[in-house]
Design a protein. Structure first.
Length: 148
């Protein structure tokens, strides 16, 4: 890759109560110095579309409505004017109690065609807290609270 390159990314958060999707354009810049392995950095981020927050559809207390959820996400793609094949990377995170629903893996399969090469994770309450802390600029290593 020579110079800067843009790519479309998607973030999908499927939570216990709500779901949201965000599309961004990332500008990638190759950083290469003589004698070093080239490295790619994100030099700019621009939000293209941020959906409204919607209720995560459930069939019952233990089952996510995978078909309806996939339909909601496809509708948001249409509203954003973005086709799934335009998305090169992204992340799908199933958080909170939704991660414990009996068909959480089915959800990932139902929306797998929407995000190109992406990271998928099911994040229980501990991982969710860690993600929130890092997103807020908090420390990335545990901080000891015990007296010296």
């Amino acid at each position: 890759m020579q110079g800067a390159r843009q790519m479309v990314s998607v973030g999908i958060d499927i939570g216990t109560t709500t779901t949201q999707i965000i599309f961004s354009e990332l500008t990638l810049l190759e950083i290469a110095r003589a004698g070093q392995i080239p490295r790619v950095d994100i030099s700019d981020r621009r939000v293209l579309y941020e959906s409204e927050i919607v209720f995560t559809p459930l069939l019952d207390a233990e089952t996510i409505d995978a078909e309806r959820l996939a339909g909601i996400l496809r509708q948001e793609y249409a509203r954003a004017g973005i086709r799934p094949e335009q998305v090169e990377t992204g992340a799908v995170i199933i958080t909170g109690e939704t991660a414990r629903k009996k068909n959480a893996d089915t959800i990932l399969q139902a929306i797998a065609d929407l995000a190109g090469d992406f990271v998928v994770t099911v994040a229980g309450p501990n991982v969710e807290g860690m993600i929130a802390g890092r997103g807020s600029g908090g420390p990335t290593t545990p901080v000891s609270t015990s007296p010296p």
